[in-house]
Design a protein around this ligand. Structure first.
Ligand code: SF4
Length: 375
């Protein structure tokens, strides 16, 4: 139990102070590349011998960023750019920005002109994934990213390193899925906030290191007797469910999180890169083509609601809470379809507005409390 607490505290410390993690790797002589939310080809950074580190916003005051982004840009990107402009990310060798929504498209240019000390590498993911050309196109995007990474390391990544990295990432995916499953038998220890910490911390560690810690946590949980949770169970969906105070409201209302479809959490880990099908770059492109149930990825039949209804059956969740990131267009477009499908399946659902900057969560408290009473 002491080791479990120690590992959880280590992950919490990384989430509380990502800058410390950045300095930890820099002191080891490693180069670190910032990876903007929600999807970047982290594997290319890892296989190039550098550490990819996620940039998912954080709490700060928006000052300089107001000269670059409109007030209705999402808080994650406002915070990322404010941090960049204030030098918080100094030490990063580059950032990778996926131009996957309108805000991120603007971010590529704003970063280029605002944060000139940290080079920006853009990537565009194809949305017409039914076309075979999408694979060739994405491979060519990866090659461009690799060429730019090569200017930092001085050498081109090799195929053997990429194959090894893909194994590391698939192993991490599996470790995260196993943790999520095991956590459901220990909802007394793995509170909503602790669960979130285990997931979020993955962005601040080299993936092999994070896998080792998560495996230890899962093993320690398995040694404990199964806990009989008598409260209610929910699933979370959206981009991210933060700050931690919002998750504490769930715990205050006896709500346990038994699964999620958050871009910051399980969406990252549910799709492995295939082990066969070509070279490493092609297989990474094939992984993109089979990602599913995400507002940022075009899918004709919008399967997310049905997917969540099925997850409720599998996990025993009585309802779904959507954390709607403030000013996030892709999530707003998905919401009517999502809620309609959930209601048709008889699943209770409600939506709360998520703003990482918000210091007061009292309005959310009332909404979540009402939701809990209806379950
Ligand atoms: S998808 Fe939403 S949360 Fe993510 S960058 Fe775009 S607007 Fe912001």
């Amino acid at each position: 139990m002491a080791e479990l607490r120690e590992n959880l505290a280590r992950l919490q410390a990384a989430c509380d102070n990502p800058r410390q993690q950045l300095d930890y790797y820099l002191k080891q002589g490693k180069k670190v590349v910032g990876c903007f939310a929600p999807y970047t080809p982290e594997e290319l950074v890892h296989a190039s011998g550098m550490v990819p580190m996620g940039l998912w916003g954080g709490q700060t005051e928006f000052q300089k960023v107001t000269s670059y982004l409109p007030a209705f840009a999402c808080p994650i990107m406002q915070a990322n750019l404010e941090f960049g402009l204030n030098g918080v990310y100094e030490g990063l060798s580059a950032v990778i920005i996926p131009a996957i929504c309108d805000t991120l498209r603007c971010m590529t240019q704003n970063w280029r002109f605002g944060v000139t000390s940290i080079p920006m590498i853009p990537i565009v993911y194809p949305q017409n994934r039914t076309s075979p050309a999408s694979v060739d196109y994405l491979v060519s995007e990866y090659e461009t990213v690799l060429t730019m990474l090569c200017t930092i390391t001085g050498q081109m990544m090799n195929e053997k390193a990429l194959c090894r990295t893909i194994e590391v990432y698939n192993e991490h995916n599996a470790a995260m899925r196993e943790f999520a499953q095991t956590a459901n038998d220990h909802l007394d220890v793995i509170t909503p906030r602790v669960r979130h910490t285990v997931f979020k911390s993955a962005f601040f560690f080299e993936k092999g290191e994070h896998t080792a810690i998560v495996k230890e946590i899962t093993a320690a949980l398995k040694e404990q007797p199964v806990h009989n949770w008598t409260g209610k169970k929910v699933l979370l969906t959206g981009i991210a469910f933060e700050p931690g105070e919002v998750l504490d409201i769930l715990a205050d209302n006896d709500l346990a999180v038994v699964g999620d479809d958050l871009a910051q959490e399980s969406r990252q880990y549910r799709t492995d890169t295939p082990l066969k099908g070509g070279g490493g770059l092609k297989r990474l492109a094939l992984q993109w083509n089979v990602r599913y149930g995400c507002s940022l990825i075009h899918e004709l039949d919008k399967p997310r609601g049905k997917m969540l209804a099925k997850m409720c059956q599998e996990t025993g969740a009585q309802g779904v809470l959507t954390g709607l990131m403030k000013f996030c267009d892709p999530e707003e477009y998905d919401l009517p379809f999502l809620e309609n499908d959930l209601r048709q399946a008889g699943v209770h659902c409600t939506t709360v507005s998520i703003d990482q900057q918000s210091s007061s969560v009292e309005q959310l408290r009332t909404r979540i409390q009402t939701f809990a009473e209806l379950l």
